[in-house]
Design a binder for this molecule. Structure first.
Ligand SMILES: Cc1cc2nc3c(=O)[nH]c(=O)nc-3n(C[C@H](O)[C@H](O)[C@H](O)COP(=O)(O)O)c2cc1C
Ligand code: SF4
Ligand code: SF4
Ligand code: FES
Length: 590
């Protein structure tokens, strides 16, 4: 049988789909069948959310990736793959070259996700076997200025949202006198609803982020660092702690790294899950044990950061690129990309899309390619694509006619959206754009730290207006007021939470103005989503089962058993309970 490997992909996503149970079942089945020579391994997620639980194995120089494996598949899988050396046809997803994964991930280029789903994240040896820690060894032989230059040459820009050039940030920090030393921080707060790439990278390949930090710390002359990671990511925290311990044991962290004279001490700091704590000055306050609230810049962290010392803060994805750039060269990295956006970007595809998950594409790939060619298009093709929300609560909504837009920082800003951290929520014709704006404003309103008047109160007033419109109580004057408050909120907020909070409102107004007008003038929700704007009637599919009548909280439904029921429109409070209850599709909404 020879040595074989069975790898279960066990990121948080995999685990929530049952990966722990599948792993345990493999362990017990291999034992029960007395099969030796098979190594059962764990890995992080490969980004194939739609097909979890994923299992990989290798046979005759080829890789076999399986999808939707359950405990019930395990025995059959072992019989086929391990005993008969045959593909387990029922659940095969891809048969691919284990080194070149372009067939497995067409149109993608995997730099950040290069090891995710391939290595055991808790094994430093696995990371080292994939050229791990080679880049820091190379960097330590280079003058720090040369390391900075390499990153500048790559054109890499911060993936945390603002897109600031990473090499320039490092250079500016280096130029600041720092007699008391510097700090290097990894921002793993990841608070955008819809984004999960940073979690996945820390869970699946934590050493790549640590190595990126080491290189950055060496380049700017920092001897202390923190990974600021939200406590709601327990697996990411666990893997970071293990990776730090193992890197220390191998001499990659701590005093006099590899005899170079350079020392770097790294700790984790768990955040309590406030969106605003991802903002760099709030993050610094949080690390210092203060309340996580943003403060005015300047001074920038480069001058005065953690504990008053010069600090660089970089995002997880930004850092995971760094070892690759040092090993392959900045100019090689910059060969990929589009105009001023070089390299790749990881996107988290969610919402009404067939193949939700993580994808990494060259900058400049169009939205259409990401959504249709990689994401497989709409989850339910009978419903038409309506819009894609990019960049979470700070981002905006992009309509169908802009789908051929290349994804790069500048093109997205022109639409009113932003790249943000790369969350992409796909919506079909059943999504109401007014409600979507209301949803995001509700989020930013809740997450505002309260320091700035327009962020604290302006978002509240905007939210009230949107709630009114969704209930059919809005007026056309409300639209003018919305735009006015939005403008003030954008320009009078201290940090980008308040500054960008109006983006979902402004983009939906820009691209879906008619939908607002329909809600206000005709008291109609074209997506048939806003419950208060619907009229509920019972059609002839009704068999008189009485389920809806029993559920209606105001007794608005009447009718004899086994005969068609009716809704009294005067009594109906439009709660939608009858629609959710009826099993016969007998309730129409208009
Ligand atoms: C409200 C708010 C939340 C933010 N959240 C994050 C976050 O979760 N992760 C992140 O890397 N950057 C976040 N940022 C951006 C950071 O302030 C900062 O620009 C970034 O960490 C710098 O790293 P980069 O240059 O590698 O992108 C946030 C900014 C704001 C205004
Ligand atoms: S803009 Fe909002 S979140 Fe940012 S500092 Fe002001 S009140 Fe706080
Ligand atoms: S929408 Fe609610 S109130 Fe109206 S008929 Fe249905 S269950 Fe009753
Ligand atoms: S499969 Fe892990 S993030 Fe989706």
């Amino acid at each position: 049988m020879g040595n074989r490997e069975i790898v279960v992909l066990m990121g948080t996503c995999g685990k929530s789909a049952g990966a722990d149970r599948v792993y345990d079942k493999f362990a017990s089945a291999l034992k029960a069948k007395s099969i030796a020579g098979v190594e059962l391994k764990q890995s992080g997620c490969a980004g194939l959310c739609y097909s979890e639980v994923n299992v990989r194995t290798f046979r005759d120089g080829k890789e076999y990736l399986y999808a939707q494996i359950t405990e019930d598949d395990v025995e059959k899988f072992i019989d086929s793959e391990i005993i008969e050396n045959k593909t387990y046809m029922e659940k095969i997803l891809f048969e691919a070259d284990p080194v070149d994964d372009t067939a497995l991930f067409p149109k993608q280029k995997r730099i950040v996700l290069r090891n995710c789903g391939k290595i055991t994240p808790t094994s430093v040896d696995d990371y080292i076997a994939k050229d791990g820690y080679k880049a820091i060894l190379k960097a330590l032989t280079m003058p720090p200025e040369k390391v900075v230059q390499e990153i500048k040459d790559s054109g890499l820009r911060g993936r945390g949202g603002a897109g600031f050039p990473t090499g320039l940030k490092w250079e500016l920090t280096r130029k600041n006198p720092a007699p008391e030393g510097r700090y290097f921080i990894c921002n793993a707060d990841e608070g955008d609803p819809g984004a999960f790439m940073d979690r996945s990278v820390l869970e699946g390949d934590p050493h790549s982020v640590i190595e990126g930090m080491l290189i950055g710390a060496y380049a700017i002359g920092a001897n202390h660092g923190y990974i600021y990671v939200r406590a709601e990511y327990p697996l990411a925290v666990k893997h970071c702690l293990k990776a730090i311990e193992d890197a220390k044991a191998r001499g990659f962290l701590g005093e006099n790294i590899m005899g170079s004279g350079f020392s770097f001490d790294l700790k984790t700091k768990e955040g309590a899950g406030a969106f605003v704590c991802g903002e760099e000055t709030a993050l610094i306050a949080s690390i210092e044990g203060k309340r996580g609230m943003p403060s005015l810049r300047p001074p920038y962290p480069a001058e005065k950061g953690v504990f008053g010392k010069s600090t660089v803060i970089n995002n997880v994805e930004t850092l995971a690129n760094i070892p690759w750039i040092i090993l392959n060269g900045g100019s090689k990295y910059s060969e990929t990309g589009y105009e001023k956006s070089r390299g790749t970007k990881v996107f988290a595809l969610a919402g009404k899309i067939k193949k939700g998950g993580l994808v990494e594409v060259p900058m400049g790939t169009t939205l259409r390619e990401v959504i249709y060619d990689i994401g497989g298009g709409m989850a339910e093709p009978e419903y038409k694509f309506k819009a894609v929300q990019l960049g979470g609560p700070s981002g905006g909504c992009i309509p169908e006619r802009l789908l051929d837009l290349p994804v790069d920082y500048e093109s997205l800003v022109k639409t009113g959206a932003i790249m943000g951290s790369g969350g992409m929520v796909i919506m079909d014709e059943r999504s109401c754009m007014v409600d979507l704006a209301r949803y995001f404003l509700n989020f930013t309103q809740n997450e505002s730290c309260g320091k700035c008047t327009f962020c604290r109160l302006g978002t509240k007033r905007m939210l009230e207006i949107l709630e009114r419109i969704c209930k059919g109580q809005g007026t056309m004057d409300d639209l003018t007021l919305l735009q006015e408050i939005a403008k003030k909120c954008s320009t009078s907020s201290l940090c980008a939470l308040g500054g960008s909070a109006p983006n979902p409102v402004l983009t939906t107004l820009k691209y879906f103005y008619d939908e607002y007008v329909e809600h206000i003038v005709n008291k109609r929700c074209p997506a048939k989503y806003c419950k208060k704007l619907l009229t509920y009637t019972i059609n002839d599919k009704c068999i008189g089962c009485t389920a809806c009548a029993r559920k209606c909280p105001v007794k608005a439904i009447s009718g004899e058993k086994k005969t068609r029921h009716f809704i009294d429109q005067q009594k109906c409070i439009k709660c939608g309970a009858c629609v959710a209850t009826c099993k016969f599709n007998a309730i129409d909404t208009e």
